[in-house]
Design a protein around this ligand. Sequence first.
Ligand code: SF4
Length: 87
Amino acid sequence: MFLAADEPWQERAACKSPQSLALFFPPVHAERKAEKLAREAAAKAICARCLVAKACLEYALEIEEPHGIWGGLTEQERKALIGRRAG
Ligand code: SF4
C-alpha cells in the first residue's frame, strides 16, 4: 500500500461510508448475540479488504479505544492483544 506521509490513514479507510457505523459499533438498543455476531462478521469482512487495517489497529491499541471494531478486532480481541503484547 502506498500512503503519503502527510495523508491520514483514515482517508483510505474501507469503512468511510456513513452506513458503516451501524456495523462497526453496537446499536443503542439491546443486541441479541446472533445479531451481534452477524454485525461483527460483516464489519470484519470490510476490515479484511481494508488497505489501512494495520494503521487502524495500531491507532485503536494506542488510544485504548473501548468501543467498536477497529483493524478487524473487537474490543475484547484488542484487550487480549494488548495483554499478550504486555507479556
Ligand atoms: S481496518 Fe476496518 S475499522 Fe479500520 S479503517 Fe479499515 S475498515 Fe475501518
